[in-house]
Design a binder for this molecule. Sequence first.
Ligand code: DAH
Length: 343
Amino acid sequence: MEEKLNKIKQDAIERINSSKLLDEIEEIRVNILGRKGLLTQILRSLGELAPELRNTIGKKSNEIKKIIEDAIDSKKSELAKSGFSEIASNEWIDVTLNPETSIREIKSGFLHPISKTQYEIEDILTSMGFQILDGPEPETEYYNFEALNIPKFHPARDLQDTFWTEDGNLMRTHTSAIQIRGMEKMTPPFRIMAPGRVFRYEATDASHEHTFYQVEGMMVDKDISVSHLIYVMEQVLKGIFKREIKVRLRPAYYPFVEPGFDLDFNCMICEGKGCRVCKHTGWIEFLGCGLVHPNVLRAGNIDPEIWSGFAFGMGLNRLIMMQNGINDIRHFMSGDIRFIHQF
Ligand code: DAH
């Protein structure tokens, strides 16, 4: 009997030590100490033993029971601990970290200020019936100059020197080239607008850049006059600045319009009194415009005896600089993320 007890103890301890799961331990416990367990049966049958054996076997059985119970308890807590440490090493989170500073902020994207203003102007003009056109950045001499009434040796070409390709094409110096492409496609009456990137061979400084953005507009109909032009320009400015804006025209020379103007708007920083932004004139230069030159209409296969039109071309960079107090046009092309993140 004693041998049997020793065997039970030995087997139990071996199995307990080698087990890796809490379920296994529980199974061992049930097998030995459970209601029908090996040791339980022995303890229950003590009464059948001879009195002298009953004592020693009883004592021994209880000792073994205690040893096995202890072994089960310590193995259980060992397994529980290693289970925690496994979870801790695989799935840890550092609860002491400050979420304000340590968790990366999720940044959503946003529009570049140029795109934002461009889309605003597109919305305003399309709401007045202007159709949006696109054109190529590399242009032919014909579309960029010739058809816009700027012949080969005309001095106006010098004002807009640019980057030429070896096969005689150029990077467009203005979006006005799209006027011609537009007229070729459309039949009057029509209203078109064309946003885009343009290029100049410039000595760059705080207010000059070799690559910048313009929006071109053109309306062709019967009996178009300067008052139509002024009205549309006032609507564009009102849409951008969300308030009533005064404009004025100054005569200016652009070969593709006659008469041609520079259009200024009333400086809203000083309300026209004069400040640094408007160079103490009370007015801010906004865009070039005028009534489309008959030669340009003809280049677009439109009869100037029947049709007339106005056109305008505005630079986006300066407008955005004024809106946001940006003091150097070169920021736009700098690729400096700190600049972009301010908008
Ligand atoms: N293309 C001119 C420039 O880049 C701007 C301009 C002036 C466009 C008069 C026009 C216009 O359509 O009528 O300086």
